[in-house]
Design a protein around this ligand. Structure first.
Ligand SMILES: Nc1nc2c(ncn2[C@@H]2O[C@H](COP(=O)(O)OP(=O)(O)O)[C@@H](O)[C@H]2O)c(=O)[nH]1
Ligand SMILES: [Mg+2]
Length: 307
C-alpha cells in the first residue's frame, strides 16, 4: 500500500501566523529599504541565529548570500530577500520527503522523543490524518511508565473511535508493541502507531527500551514498513535539537514530527533540523487539536513564514 499517495488533505493555513510574525517580522524590518552593507549582513546573521537556525547555518547562508549579491550585482534589499528565501529552501529541500514509497501492511510508526515534546498528541493527530485518508489505524500505549500516559492515549483513541492496545502501568513496553502489531495483523489494520516513554533520567535504560521496541517492530512487521518518527518541540530551539541528537545515537529516526510550531517557535528550527540532523521533516504540529497537523512541504513552509 502507499500510505501518502493522496494529496495531503490539510494544508498549512494561518497556523504559522505566529511563527511568521516572530521570525520574519524581524526580517521584514531588516530588509526594508536598506543598504546591503556590513551592518546589514551582521544584523541578518543575528536575526537568523535568534530565529533558531543555529550559528553554522546562519554563517553559511550569509556568506552564500554575499556571494550571490556580488555575482548577480544585486543592490535592492527586496531582491536580496528573494535570494534568502531560495537559500533557506535549498537547505530544507536537501531532505527529500520519502513518504510516498510502497509499504507492506501493517505500517508501524514508532513515536519517540523527550517527555513533553508532544508525542502522544502528535500520534492522535497523525491517526486523524490517516483516518481521513481512509486507512485503518490502531494505537499502542507503550509509554507504560506512568498510568496517566496510558489514560491519555486511551482518551484519544475513544475520541478517534479506534482501538488502543494497552497493558497495566509498569508493564514491558516491548510486549505492548508486540501485542499492537499482532492486533494490527490479525485485524487487517493498515497502520499501527506506537507511543513510547521519553523520560531522560536513566537515559540509557530508555534508549535500550526504544531499541528493543524498534527491534520487535521490525521483527513482527516487515523491516521496511517500520518508521521511527522523532518528535521535536519547535519551541525548544537548539536545546531541543541537542536532545534529539541523543536519540539518533540509539535509534535511527526515519522522519521528524516537528510540533508546536504555533507557539513561540521561530521557524528557523526547521532549517536547523534539515542542516544538522539530516532527517526529513515529515509532519508539523500547529496546535493542540486533532486537526492541527500538516504534511511538511518545504515550499509551503517557507511561504508560510516569509511571504
Ligand atoms: N501549542 C501546541 N501544543 C502542543 C502541540 N503538540 C502537543 N502540544 C501540547 O504539549 C503538551 C505535551 O504533549 P504530549 O503529547 O503529552 O507530549 P509527550 O510527553 O511527548 O507525549 C500537551 O499539553 C499538548 O497539548 C502543538 O503542536 N502545539
Ligand atoms: Mg506521551
Amino acid at each position: 500500500m502507499k500510505i501518502f499517495k493522496k494529496k495531503n488533505p490539510k494544508q498549512l493555513t494561518d497556523s504559522l501566523e505566529k511563527t511568521r510574525s516572530s521570525f520574519f517580522g524581524q526580517l521584514g524590518d531588516l530588509f526594508r529599504n536598506t543598504e546591503l552593507d556590513d551592518d546589514f549582513w551582521e544584523d541578518l546573521e543575528d536575526t537568523l541565529i535568534s530565529a533558531d537556525t543555529g550559528i553554522a547555518v546562519a554563517e553559511n547562508v550569509v556568506s552564500n548570500l554575499k556571494e550571490i549579491v556580488r555575482t548577480k550585482k544585486i543592490s535592492s534589499s527586496q531582491q536580496c530577500l528573494k535570494e534568502l528565501r531560495e537559500e533557506l529552501l535549498k537547505i530544507l529541500k536537501l531532505n527529500k520527503l520519502n513518504l510516498d514509497e510502497e509499504i507492506e501492511k501493517p505500517a508501524v510508526f514508532v513515536m519517540v522523543g523527550v517527555n513533553g515534546v508532544g508525542k502522544t498528541t502528535s500520534i492522535a493527530k497523525l491517526a486523524r490524518l490517516l483516518l481521513d485518508m481512509e486507512l485503518t489505524v490502531i494505537l499502542g500505549a507503550a509509554d507504560t511508565f506512568r498510568a496517566a500516559a496510558i489514560d491519555q492515549i486511551q482518551i484519544w483513541g475513544q475520541k478517534l473511535g479506534i482501538n488502543v492496545i494497552a497493558q497495566a502501568p509498569g508493564s514491558d513496553p516491548g510486549a505492548v508493541a508486540f501485542d499492537t502489531i499482532g492486533a494490527a495483523k490479525s485485524r487487517d489494520i493498515d497502520v499501527a502507531i506506537i507511543d513510547t516513554a521519553g523520560r531522560l533520567q536513566g537515559k540509557s535504560n530508555l534508549m535500550e527500551e526504544l531499541k528493543k521496541i524498534s527491534k520487535i517492530a521490525k521483527r513482527e512487521s516487515v523491516e521496511s514498513s517500520v518508521k521511527i518518527i522523532l518528535t521535536i518541540d519547535g519551541t525548544t530551539g537548539q536545546n531541543g535539537l541537542l536532545q534529539a541528537a541523543e536519540f539518533t545515537k540509539f535509534v535511527e529516526p526515519d522522519g521528524i514530527f516537528l510540533s508546536k510550531l504555533d507557539g513561540t517557535s521561530k521557524g528557523g528550527i526547521a532549517v536547523a533540523i534539515a542542516d544538522q540532523l539530516k532527517i526529513p521533516i515529515w509532519f508539523i504540529g500547529t496546535g493542540e487539536q486533532l486537526d492541527d497537523i500538516a504534511v511538511f512541504d518545504p515550499e509551503l513552509f517557507i511561504s508560510g513564514i516569509i511571504d
